[in-house]
Design a protein. Structure first.
Length: 442
């Protein structure tokens, strides 16, 4: 569908007031530490621990967090690690267990998959060829253009290390208030990758495209096919941000983008949620308003104002915003929920933190007394502002059922709410509540 006119761009403001750090008295002891290497991973243990997380305090969806029909992920997508968790197989939706995310760059064989529509022969880590892949530029331009994607290989390349995150990542955690609809992602709908390609602005200049003064949004389409009775998948981005940041990406982690991840060309905008990185891009439309396509509204939107959990909402452009810029967030990768650790003996706590790249991550803070006191942990600063920051600490705790809470704060003061359900929405998008990981200490 064509875009609707006259729609203004809304600010996506996720900042909160950050209380001053309290004193350094803790139930357990917390110390900064160097990075630890990833531990061994057992997929069966992940499935069991995921199934036992519905005990209220952590706000998980119980057994609903498991795959609909557990499958070997390497048979769903050729080349994928067999230990991933398959939520859907016909159109692949695959989650990465936390233990496999404990690295700066996420290998492609363990990177999550969230596809919305089918494309023939795309369920593989092998790439489609660039040559013969045509991309059109239409809409509010002096005249339509079409080019062969092979042109991109001969142009100046840029590279971004960036977080790729499904906007439904953490959806199962909303179940602490009211379960949200959709795939019950835990924490593994994300990764950190190196993306390279050609700036959209460079392509526009090379083709001599003159964009009309009324254009405010860029709407992107891919070559994947719509589902029966559904509108074809497309999304709109604010044009000024697309011109400044978007890349027609052709490589990921140093190799051609695999077919399952949207190659040979994917429109990628660092700092935005994964749904906005349009796969298999075939057409770019310059328009004066956001598209009114079903996948832009009512899908992939969140309310502007706080919504009572469980309450329905009829989305309009006025009462909601698209899932564009990622919220400030940290994730605990180790220990896993419900892990058993020894009493009064040091153990490692590790994770990652990130935001939309508009400013630096200032700190990650850890609490062992349910938020009464917080301690800063060690941060590893990445080369790219769009990448995730790895963090680590060493903790010792007395015997009993304990919780590890973690939050991040960026240089703009944006952080995570203690109760993530304040951002509840029917589709469970953009979870960024304080991390709360229960462990058994004994």
């Amino acid at each position: 569908m064509r875009g609707r006119c006259g729609v203004g761009l809304a600010q996506h403001d996720t900042r909160f007031e950050v209380p001053a750090l309290a004193g350094r008295r803790f139930l357990g002891q917390v110390a900064m530490t160097k990075r630890f290497g990833p531990g061994e991973y057992d997929r069966r243990e992940f499935m069991v621990s995921a199934a036992t997380l519905g005990t209220g305090v952590l706000g998980l969806a119980g057994r609903d967090v498991l795959a609909e029909a557990p499958s070997d992920s390497s048979r769903v997508v050729t080349g994928k690690n067999a230990q991933l968790v398959v939520h859907k197989s016909e159109i692949p939706v695959i989650e990465t267990p936390s233990a496999l995310l404990d690295s700066q760059i996420t290998p492609l064989d363990v990177l999550f998959v969230r596809n919305n529509q089918p494309l023939k022969n795309a369920a593989t880590l092998k790439p489609f060829p660039l040559k013969g892949w045509n991309i059109a530029l239409t809409g509010l331009v002096d005249k339509p253009r079409r080019f062969d994607a092979e042109m991109l290989a001969g142009m100046d390349q840029v590279e971004h290390e960036m977080v790729l995150q499904c906007c439904g990542n953490g959806r199962s955690l909303f179940a602490g208030s009211v379960k949200a609809k959709g795939t019950q992602w835990t924490r593994g709908g994300m990764g950190n990758v190196r993306v390279s390609g050609v700036r959209l602005s460079s392509v526009i200049r090379k083709l001599g495209v003159h964009i009309g003064s009324g254009a405010r949004f860029l709407t992107a389409e891919g070559k994947d096919a719509p589902l029966p009775g559904k509108e074809d998948f497309e999304h709109s981005l604010p044009l000024d941000e697309a011109i400044q940041h978007s890349v027609l990406a052709t490589r990921i982690n140093g190799q051609p983008i695999p077919a399952v991840h949207g190659g040979p060309v994917r429109l990628m905008t660092p700092g935005f949620y994964g749904t906005m990185h349009i796969k298999w891009v075939s057409r770019l439309r310059f328009e004066n308003g956001e598209t009114d396509n079903y996948n832009q509204i009512p899908r992939y939107r969140v309310p502007r104002n706080q919504l009572q959990p469980g309450k329905p909402i009829k989305y309009t452009f006025g009462n909601s915003t698209a899932c564009w810029r990622m919220k400030t967030k940290c994730v605990v990768l180790a220990p896993e929920p419900d892990a058993a650790v020894a009493a009064d003996k040091p153990f490692a706590v590790r994770g990652v933190a990130f935001n939309d790249g508009s400013t630096r991550i200032d700190s990650v803070q850890l609490s062992t007394d349910r938020g009464q006191t917080w301690s800063r942990v060690r941060l590893e600063v990445p080369r790219s502002r769009f990448a995730w920051y790895r963090w680590s600490a060493t903790v010792s705790l007395p015997a009993g059922r304990r919780e590890l809470w973690a939050r991040t704060v960026d240089a703009l003061g944006r952080t995570q709410p203690l109760d993530g359900s304040i951002h509840w929405n029917p589709s469970g998008y953009e979870w960024n509540g304080v991390e709360k990981i229960a462990v058994t200490v004994g």
